[in-house]
Design a protein around this ligand. Sequence first.
Ligand code: HEC
Ligand code: HEC
Length: 234
Amino acid sequence: MIIFNKSLPLSLLTGTLMIGLAADYVAAADAKFVAKNCASCHVLTQPEKDTLQDYMSKKGPDLYYAGNKYRQAWLVKWLQNPQRIRPGGMFFANHTEVTDEGDIIKQSSLPDPVHVKLSKGDAQDSAAYLMTLTAKSDLLAEESYTPKKISKRMGAMNFSKFKGCSSCHRDRPDYGGVSGPELYTAAERLQANFMTSYIRNPQAWESKSLMPNRHLPDKGVSKLVDYLKLLEGK
Ligand code: HEC
Ligand code: HEC
């Protein structure tokens, strides 16, 4: 009995220690996998400064604040079955042609296939690692999005007519601009507080973003996110 009492805490301690070490080992392996397979196109550590040249030649979106941007479940799903998010590619001007009918996307210049596809295990591990990249947390600390019910019709009108978002973004697959990411999947992809923060001040996240800062009041920002949430799963 005495031996049991004494050895129990010790075995518990070594047990936790081993689990801790194993977790560190797994995390290091995930970091290595992502560095090896993803860093050629994605920035994984916060750069000191971002020039316009850097912005225009980005091969993929920055991932160094991925943990403050994406929903983990979406990452796991998308990495196994990636679909195009930016209809005009990373920088639309590199992929559009000016014609008499307006700008058209040169489909042949877009990467095909859309993205590397990961196995379920690699997708889960990469997503878990990406969620640990949490630069710019201070921006999210200022957000406190609380959902409100809005009508879809008013939301759509606000998005396209009043705020002009559809000149660059699509709120449905067949309507809207192509210079920004599609937004009918935004709520599935992105954390709500990231969306409010980005709409409030795009340049705080992407210093050279072409998206204008509209200096919207809290209510105006929330209304747009309410609308994007309404589109989830549509
Ligand atoms: C050859 C370049 C390339 C490589 C390698 C690459 N990506 Fe990407 N990635 C892209 C591009 C381009 C996009 C944008 C796709 C779009 O918008 O349609 C993207 C988009 C993403 C997105 C969605 C981001 C967003 O905000 O839209 C995630 C997450 C992602 N990549 C993760 C990874 C991971 C993890 C790896 C490594 C296993 C990886 N990528 C390797 C080019 C690459
Ligand atoms: C002049 C073009 C333009 C306009 C107008 C615009 N955006 Fe954007 N937006 C972009 C681009 C480009 C990005 C992608 C990141 C970047 O390069 O800044 C973006 C990114 C976003 C994102 C993050 C999406 C992601 O997947 O990373 C959200 C959310 C967003 N915009 C919402 C809006 C809303 C809401 C409006 C209307 C108030 C709007 N945008 C108006 C160009 C625009």
